[in-house]
Write a protein that binds this ligand. Sequence first.
Ligand SMILES: CC(C)(COP(=O)(O)OP(=O)(O)OC[C@H]1O[C@@H](n2cnc3c(N)ncnc32)[C@H](O)[C@@H]1OP(=O)(O)O)[C@@H](O)C(=O)NCCC(=O)NCCS
Length: 194
Amino acid sequence: MPNLYSERLRLRAAERSDIPLFVKWISDPEVTENLMLRLPMAQAEEEIWYENMLKRPEAEHVYVIDIKLPPLEPDGEPQWLPIGNTSFISIMEIDRCAEIGIMIGEKYYWNKGYGTETMQTMLRHGFETLNLHRIWLQVYPTNPRGIRAYEKAGFRHEGVFREGHYQGGRYLDVKLMSILRQEWDQISSTTKGD
Ligand SMILES: CC(C)(COP(=O)(O)OP(=O)(O)OC[C@H]1O[C@@H](n2cnc3c(N)ncnc32)[C@H](O)[C@@H]1OP(=O)(O)O)[C@@H](O)C(=O)NCCC(=O)NCCS
């Protein structure tokens, strides 16, 4: 699968060597607070997850989000720093629908627009390369940062799984957001100035 590039980031295939970083991110309660992860995950379990991920269709493989840093020397190559990951989940072949997930594990890089830019890059890939028709996601109402980032990327509010998740001793609603191909086409033609 080819790397995907945008102005400030690159999405590249996750390597085995990224596994310790993934374990570090999902061991941080502030990062996982808004993810559907409840139990600690050992490196060995993450390695099994990685092997299983490789057996899924290529379009569902995990991308690492690398941000572009200035070159160390004038005229040198840019440096790339991994800050999180993203993937499509369960692409439905006939319906052309896919769920999308994202985690920026390096908290220093929250609120700097990278989540929005990652989503925009994945939407372009999903609609214009994978020929998806609908991309959707689940987010907790207690995650305003996520909701705002998804709205900025073009996702619309769709509905709620009432009390769909148990966390912190209570049931939480789970919000559904989605974007259709025609909505994406409209956004991208406005951006391109068509
Ligand atoms: C959710 C996540 C992907 C968002 O990415 P991000 O790069 O931090 O988000 P962005 O900078 O693109 O956009 C965040 C927006 O939320 C706003 N925001 C942040 N905290 C907020 C709050 N408490 N209330 C309202 N808006 C808030 C920011 O101001 C920004 O909006 P603006 O550009 O209009 O000012 C990222 O923070 C993350 O991965 N968090 C940990 C795991 C997670 O929550 N994953 C998603 C599960 S659905």
